[in-house]
Ligand binder design. Sequence first.
Ligand code: COA
Length: 186
Amino acid sequence: MADPVELATERLVLSAPTEADIDAIYAACQDPDIQRFTTVPAPYQRTDAEAFVHLVAAWWATGDECTWAIRTQGALVGMIALHGVRDGAAEIGYWVAAPARGRGYLTEAAHAVLDFAFGPMRLQRVEWRAVTDNPASMRIAQKLGFRYEGMLRLGLGRIGPGNERRDGHIAGLLAADARTPQPWPI
Ligand SMILES: CC(C)(COP(=O)(O)OP(=O)(O)OC[C@H]1O[C@@H](n2cnc3c(N)ncnc32)[C@H](O)[C@@H]1OP(=O)(O)O)[C@@H](O)C(=O)NCCC(=O)NCCS
């Protein structure tokens, strides 16, 4: 992959974050749940947002990772990524700024990213992982059609302000899987 790819949905535009987004990313990443449930640095400094947008550009250039800012009406409301793109698989990761949650933005953005992953990128598998006490993220993965695959004991690293290892759930979606809500045993 070379240039960042832009995706559009009914309400959203997904495009690579740029330097113009640094203030919005810094503000959103002050949220305790983003710091608690994702691998963003905690505490989150403005320099972390600056470094992030430069890393994103490098990841698009190498093809290691595809990261999109989720935008609606010109405002950045979240971030979604395919991490660790390798050998036909990648892991999906995301956050939505606290004031914009509960409007289905992430679900809508994720469908576009999965279309891209299984379409032009030709991935065979997209993986989802989350710490075991993140029901909102689990609900999204379940609704998107991810199949529950198990619990990874201390399987997730660099989580939260303590940079801890935490128990995590893992689920997977294959290119041919129906993207309909799945029953999960948890
Ligand atoms: C997870 C997150 C991205 C969801 O963003 P969002 O824009 O609210 O997502 P959506 O509106 O598309 O969908 C959220 C779903 O989770 C459900 N949900 C929200 N909080 C929930 C909770 N505490 N328990 C169960 N379900 C919950 C919502 O009801 C909704 O499902 P529904 O459409 O069936 O009602 C957002 O909460 C977030 O950024 N959290 C912090 C960062 C994070 O956890 N990232 C994921 C790391 S794996």
